[in-house]
Design a protein around this ligand. Structure first.
Ligand SMILES: [Zn+2]
Ligand SMILES: [Zn+2]
Length: 188
């Protein structure tokens, strides 16, 4: 049966037990606050949700898969990127504010996957968007050895060798040599 639910409903889990979700969402690159997305295919989200060990805690685990074209952070050329990642989230009720200091929640390293909710329904689409953001590299690279763009003429150095590189270097060395000369003169 086609799953049409848009939310993970904690009330539904309380009433009917663990729930499974399988959704596919079309995403536009503009929905993601990362400039690197040139385009992105549909994201397939599979999730299971159940009660956690603590009161009002819910566990959501699953996988998200998508393919995209990302702009390389060095040469700006789009390159294909495929992602398949698993997630494990714990949702806990957002504590009422203001909070007394001694009640402040201590987050231990294995609790970094905790998210606080105030609504008892988690939009699956939001979950998918969040997983996409988390699964792309901080600095996407078309390849480990990408040479990037020439800072002078903007040529893609993976594809062409421009003539400005060498002369720029020579000029810089030239300037350095002049300074050295000047210092020497002053010293003598
Ligand atoms: Zn590149
Ligand atoms: Zn150049």
């Amino acid at each position: 049966m086609l799953d049409t639910r848009e939310f993970i409903s904690f009330d539904e889990i309380d009433k009917d037990g663990p729930q499974s979700y399988g959704r596919s969402y079309s995403i536009s690159p503009t929905e993601l606050d990362r400039d690197e997305f040139v385009n992105i295919g549909p994201v397939a989200l599979v999730a299971q949700a159940r009660k956690g060990d603590l009161p009002a805690e819910y566990i959501v685990e699953g996988t998200s898969k998508f393919t995209a074209d990302l702009a390389c952070s060095r040469c700006v050329e789009p390159y294909p990127f495929a992602s398949s990642s698993t997630f494990h989230l714990r949702f806990r009720r957002r504590p009422d504010l203001p909070q007394r200091e001694e009640e402040e929640l201590e987050i231990t390293p294995d609790e970094l996957d905790i998210e606080f909710y105030s609504e008892r329904a988690i939009p699956l689409r939001e979950l998918a968007l969040e997983q996409i953001q988390l699964s792309i590299p901080m600095k996407p690279l078309c390849g480990e050895n990408c040479l990037g763009l020439c800072p002078q003429c903007g040529a893609n150095r993976n594809r062409e060798t421009c003539s400005c590189d060498q002369s720029m270097m020579d000029e810089r060395w030239g300037a350095l040599a002049e300074i050295r000369q000047a210092i020497k003169k002053r010293e003598s």
